[in-house]
Structure formats: structure tokens, C-alpha cells
Design a protein around this ligand. Sequence first.
Ligand code: AMP
Ligand code: ZN
Ligand code: ZN
Length: 430
Amino acid sequence: MARISSFVFLVVEMCCWWLINGNKVLLISMDGFRWDYINQVDTPNFDALAGKGTRAEYINGTFVTKTFPSHYTMATGLYEESHGIIANSMYDPLFDDYFNKRSKQTKWWDGGEPMWVTVRKQGLKSAVLFWPGNESEIRGMRPNIYSAYNHTMPFQTRVDTAIRWLSNDIDLAMLYFDEPDSTGHLFGPNSSQVRAKVKEMDDVLGYIVKQFDQANLWETVNVIVTSDHGMTEVDYATRHVDLSEHIDMNAIDKIPSTGPTANILPKANMDDAIIRNLTNVPHVQVYRKEDVPEHWHYRNHRRILPILVVADEGWVVLKGPEEYSEPDRGAHGYDNTLMSMKPIFYARGPNIKAGYETLPFNNVDIYPLICELLCIRQAPNNGTLANTENFIVNVDQETCAADTSGSSSALFSLPVVILCLLIKQELQVL
Ligand code: AMP
Ligand code: ZN
Ligand code: ZN
């Protein structure tokens, strides 16, 4: 009798494993890694990754092409107007409060469900190193492991940390590197310093691959290497549009940030005058919020203020002469359809087609892609799994319940999942 019951137990466990265990995922972001940087220097490790996995020539980021908005789009699969992180620095009229890169209060981040929360809700484990939002409690949850942002942590230490996580019980690991963005800002995207930094990031990738080989992780972990946006040349001293030369600055209540774009909150009844004075100013486009081009998906959130000014590529919108002295030679934030704003995409692993080049897709598609690789259900999002499934292999989409409607395979019903998770937990205790 005991032998029969343990046999039944084993069969149930195997079925459960088959039902609810996808492979693991490591999502890596190298900030500001423009799609064509790999053509400027030798990048043997990126080339090798492409050979053993899938690459897109570039992907399409969201507008605005800034770090916090773009990373939160990747994490949630939502457009910026949907998740609410619409700038690195923003003002919320309802909260009457400002957000910046150090803001961790839940109220700013709760507009979306990041994948590290989706993972936990379904009984898997997530660990996140420095991805924007990882330090906040979102929809009642945090990643199983997260840490305060520390840009001085050596890149090798970051990799070692992720390898340790994935060698243990973490199912989704997310890793953030602040380069080549920082060097791109300082010296511009066409500088020798950026070329050197790209080689350094290629070495970091080589180190990741070596550690994966040694820890024998390639059979169970899918790795994605991507970025949030690109970079273009700027010169704040000579290529700026100074708002104070065109409008009465007393007509403006708030401008939370300037640069490639600026959100403007006008004082009462001053909208028309501001729009009139900025229309036809060279090197900028001015939009009423409701007229922002549809394809930017950048209208429907209260943090997008009534007037949006977008500079032409390479130009910046400034409040006055005090901002001319910004020394940066590179910037991003511009129209996401500009080639200079496009990020890289590489993937390799047990569920990724080898030696394959896919067509460009959108960074909102990364969230459903990762849910599929992990075999978990997606929260509602703006991405499309069909845009990436051409390079997914060996995943049974029926059982993974990939669609958000919850109407997939009857096998994958909630009671079955709960039963499986309970049995799994029991087995871990034994
Ligand atoms: P930006 O180029 O202004 O869009 O933002 C890039 C910068 O954001 C990086 O150089 C980091 O200093 C900063 N950053 C990135 N991730 C985080 C984080 N999780 N917390 C705080 N700051 C971050
Ligand atoms: Zn960035
Ligand atoms: Zn940047």
C-alpha cells in the first residue's frame, strides 16, 4: 500500500512539475546600449550569444525614451501612460508631489504589475538587482530579494550575485548595469570612450557566459540581454531652445524636467498663449496633451501635463541660460521612432531558437515573452506574445496559459494549480 501511494505521489508530482514548471529567466539591462554600438567595435561575446541564440537588429522602446519609464515598461509590458512612470522626474497633480529617481513610495509605482510581482503571485521566486522600482512595495508585494541602488557595486559582483540566485531557488532574476549610458552622456555616443565601454560590456557578457558554463545553467535558464533606449549627440551650449526667449515664464506653474522633452503645467488660462508662442519655434514640436501623436501612447495619465514640448533629435528644451552649462555630450528621451533611440536585444537558453534573427518588436512585448518562458499567466498588459513566439521553442503554450483571459487549457484551472503548489511545497518540506 505504501509503495502504491508513493508511486501515485511521484506520478502526481511529475504531472505537477510538467504543468507548472517553466524554465528560469535572467533579464539583463545594459542602460543606454544603442542597437548599433556593436557595429563600432569588436564584440565577440555578443556575436557568440547571437550565434547560440536569437537576436533582433534592434527593438522599439517606448516614448519617452528615458531610463525609469522604459525600464518600468519592460517590467510591466505597459505603455508609460498605463503604468504612470512617465518621466525620470515628474509632478503628480493629484498627489501635489514630485517624483525623482529616488522615489520609492508605493503610490508612484502601483499603476503597473512588474514581472517580479507576477512571478511571486504564482508561487515562483524573483530576485532583482537595481531595476527601477525594485525597492518599492507594489500591489502589496516586493521581489523575494532586492537591494538599495548602489552604482559603485562592481559589475562582476552583480553577475556573481545573479549566478548565485539562479543556482539556488530563484526563478526570475533581473540585473541592471548603468553602462554604457553614463559614458554615453559624458562623452557622446560617437566617442572613443563609449567604444571602450562597449568592449567592457562585451567582456561582462563574456564573464556571464563563462559563469553560466561553469554553473551548468544553460539547460535551465533563458538569458535576455536588452536595453532601455539609445543615445544621440547633444550640445547644451549651442543647440538649445530656451523657453524664456519665447514665452513669459510667469505663465508657467511647473516644469518638472527639461532636456529632450518637457512637460509643462501652465498657470490658469495660459495654455493658449504658451502653445501659440511655441508653435513654429524651430527645433521643437509643441503639443496639447490631447494632441500628442497616438503612436507614442503618451496622453492618458494625469502626470502627463497639459503641454508637451519635444525637441528635434540633438536639441534640448531649457528653462533659461542657467541650464546652458550642462556638460553632457549625449542624451536620450527623444521620439522612440528615431534610430538613435533604439535598444539592443539578444536571447539564449533552452527555450530560445539558436542562430536566429527575429524582426524588431516592441519592448512592451518583453513582459509576455518572459511570462511565457516562465510558464506563468500574464497580468493585463500592452504587449503581444505573437511578436516574439517565432523564436520561442519547447514551450507548451496550452499548458502555460499564456493568454491573459484565463480561458486556456482546462487542465490549468486554479484548483489544479493550488493543489500542485501545495504538493510541491510538501515535497520541499520532506
Ligand atoms: P537617465 O540616463 O537619466 O535616464 O538615468 C540613468 C541613471 O539612472 C543611471 O546612471 C543611474 O544612476 C540611475 N538609476 C538607474 N537605476 C536606478 C535605481 N534603481 N535607483 C536609482 N537610480 C537608478
Ligand atoms: Zn537609461
Ligand atoms: Zn541616460
